[in-house]
Design a binder for this molecule. Sequence first.
Ligand code: 5GP
Ligand code: ZN
Length: 114
Amino acid sequence: MGDCLFCKIIKKEIPAEIVYENDNVLAFKDINPQAPTHILIIPKIHVPTLNELEESHKEMMGELLLTSSKIAKQEGIADDGYRTGFNCGEAAGQTVWHIHLHLLGGRSFNWPPG
Ligand code: 5GP
Ligand code: ZN
């Protein structure tokens, strides 16, 4: 946890462009955006991947999704549509080992993703 990049962003030890924050979640702009809007929504507790989720995380996971919906409206991408997703593990391309919900918008997306 001590060397987790996103825990450092939560503690404000590393700067980030924060777009939303409350007691439980933090949302900030992705440093390498893959769409005109690309925001990461993270819990303030350290959980490495979806594989480590427990019953006690149910409310937190709901809050991540509810936050993505709020931010999509705040950022003006809700009406056109947007993509959300969790990458879990190396095969899915996860590179930061602290759960994060990607929120992407401002362009069209293919399905299935590559
Ligand atoms: P993953 O590949 O694990 O699903 O997503 C990690 C995301 O974190 C990537 O989209 C990457 O661009 C972003 N990222 C990595 N390091 C930083 C950072 O220091 N600041 C911000 N804002 N985003 C980062
Ligand atoms: Zn962390």
